[in-house]
Design a protein around this ligand. Sequence first.
Ligand code: PHE
Length: 338
Amino acid sequence: LRQKYIDLIAGASDEAALEALRVQAVGKKGEVSLKMRELGKMTPEERKSAGPALNALKDGINSALAGKKAALADAALDERLKSEWLDVTLPGRPQRRGTIHPVSQVTEEVTAIFADMGFAVAEGPQVETAWYNFDALNIPGHHPARAEMDTFYMAGDSDEPHVLRTHTSPVQIRSMQQRGAPIRTISPGRVYRSDYDQTHTPMFHQVEGLAIDRDISMANLKWVLEEFFSAYFGTKVKTRFRASHFPFTEPSAEVDIQCSWQDGTLKVGEGDGWLEVLGSGMVHPHVLRSGGIDPDQWQGFAFGMGIDRIAMLKYGIPDLRAFFDSDLRWLRHYGFAA
Ligand code: PHE
């Protein structure tokens, strides 16, 4: 009987078969259990030898059952491990993460530096009326500046002619109208001119600065700009003001920053070279009036700077057009994408 069950148990293919064998052998009505019940009908002599033998039989079967049960569980685990096996030496799948475009990075940086100096961000529309883009800025219809700016005019027959703004200066007027004086705003955004070469794209970015109060002067402008460039380039940067002309400022100045060429790379804040980076001046009285501000009470400065231009300077990028090609290899080369 013992050998019969040992063999059956060894041959059991799963836990259900094993359980059936357990019931069949040592269950309540199992073969071994029935034999044990017969002990009661035996003589004491017979019982003395049969009792221990039956107990040993029962123990033997129970331990065979337990052993087989453990073996089946082991086999099941092995099976699972085989199918769920993971090769931790395989290279990972690359995850390409999006990044902030360099022009956006620089825009954020520029506005943050000016924000530290108390300038608030003010924005205006990219499709602008000719009045805001030109007339309000003291550029009347016949003025040559309109032609010089290579303006994109919007098609349409509305009474108000619209243009793609050629500069961020119209935001000066909108800020004055919305906020009144005193005022300190910084206005980044896209501007458009029909122009295309290594340093010009038909869409580019400017940032406009405007500060109006009782006695703001060109000296304040110079301090603010030197403070800005030094923070932006991370080194003390001198500026040079050259007399210039813009219809919306009087007097007007073009501003250069100190730089030099060393082994074919441009170093800002060193040497005795100069590079033009922005236009500026004292806001023209006509412009203050367009914005609803009394020029007898208030005065201030304005400047307009090319964002892409100062981004090119900071990262040593020679061709502006590459900014807008969306070429991942280029973005990665300059560390702008992962
Ligand atoms: N709007 C001028 C330009 O686009 C720059 C400028 C802004 C000049 C403000 C003076 C004052 O060239």
